[in-house]
Design a protein around this ligand. Sequence first.
Ligand SMILES: C[S@@+](CC[C@H](N)C(=O)[O-])C[C@H]1O[C@@H](n2cnc3c(N)ncnc32)[C@H](O)[C@@H]1O
Length: 239
Amino acid sequence: MKITIKALMELAVIVHNHSGIVLKKNKAYLIENRLHPLMEEYCFSCFEDLIAGAKNSSQLTSRIVDLMTTNETSFFRDKRPFVLLKEKLLPDWQTNQGQNRSQLNIWSCACATGQEVYSIAITLMEYFKEKIFDHNIKIKASDISDSAIVKASRGRYSDYEVSRGLSTVQLHTYFTKEDPHWKIKDELRSMAYFEKTNLLHPEIASGGFDIIFCRNVAIYFSKTDRRRLFHSLSACLLL
Ligand SMILES: C[S@@+](CC[C@H](N)C(=O)[O-])C[C@H]1O[C@@H](n2cnc3c(N)ncnc32)[C@H](O)[C@@H]1O
C-alpha cells in the first residue's frame, strides 16, 4: 500500500510529537514497509485511516512509534565507550565518589533490546571483580519502544545476537544456554531495571546519575531536540 505525501507529512508530525524522531519525505518506502503489518492487523485500507485512528488512540500511536524506531544494536557496540568506562570513568568514580558512596547509578537511556545494558553490567563485573558486591549498583535501562524494552528486560538472545560483540569467554561466563536462546545470568540481570521513557519528555530531568550512556539515538532528532536532550541529560548527572 502506497502512502501519499500528505499522509506521510501528517504521520511525520505524529511520530515527531511523540518521540522526536524525524521522518523525511524520502522515507516513504520504509514507512510503508514497517507499517504494513499494523495496517493489516487493524484492517485499514489507506494511511489516512491509520492516521485518523492514531488521533483517537494513544495505544495505536505507541504502536506506530514503536514500528518507526530503529533498534539496531550489539554487545560492546563500538568497543571504545566500554574501554572508556573501564579505564577512565570507573577509576574516576572510585577516586571522586566511591570513597564516600557505595551507590553507583548508571543510565542506558536508549537501550533498545538491552545489549548495551548487559555490556555495561559485564564491564562492571570485569572491573570490580569479587568487590562488585561491596557496591550498590543500579543500571536504569530505558527506551521509547515497548517491544524493545520487553526484550531487553527478558535478557534472552539468539545465537546470532550473542555472536555480535561477545567473546566466547564472556558468553560462557555471563550467559546460560536455554535452548534456543542464551540468557543473561541473574546476578547481571538484577543490576538493571527497565522503564519505558521518552527522552524528549520534560520530566526526564530528574535523578542523580554518575554515568549516562546516550548512544546512537540523537541522530534521529532535529538539532533543536538534540540540544534540548543534552541539556536535560546534563541536569540528570551528579556533579
Ligand atoms: C539505534 S538504537 C541504539 C541502541 C543502543 N544505544 C546502541 O547504541 O547500540 C536507538 C534506540 O533509540 C530509541 N529511541 C528513539 N527515540 C527515542 C526517544 N524519544 N526516547 C527514548 N528512546 C528513543 C529507539 O527505540 C531505539 O531503540
